[in-house]
Design a protein. Sequence first.
Length: 126
Amino acid sequence: MMLMRVMQTEQISTNMACVNGLYIVSYNIRGFNQGIEVVNDLVNSDPPDIILLQEHWLTPVNLSLIVEKIQSHYSFRKSAMSDRLTQGPLVGRPFGGTSILIKNELRAATKCIFVLIATLLSGLEV
């Protein structure tokens, strides 16, 4: 059984679900600097077991910022800008990027089963 509800305010839209006792949140943060405080608030108030972040816009060198800010969760993360940065200086705004954050207590029961780099798909088994 899957329960889904949508929480909306002026600035955020977060999808939440409880699946087999796991509390899962999916959130498009529209840029790390813009959305990380909402993620911090969520983690500090009612920490989900799994957080799926989209559009963090971080370059590969800055992916560690997620780990620094959200220490209660282990993260699997990918920058969408790796190929773009190899083509020279970045022109225009940053884009893409995904992260899967797993509560530290669940880390031992989590295994990365695949990462498909070309389309930035990740799969985890919990």
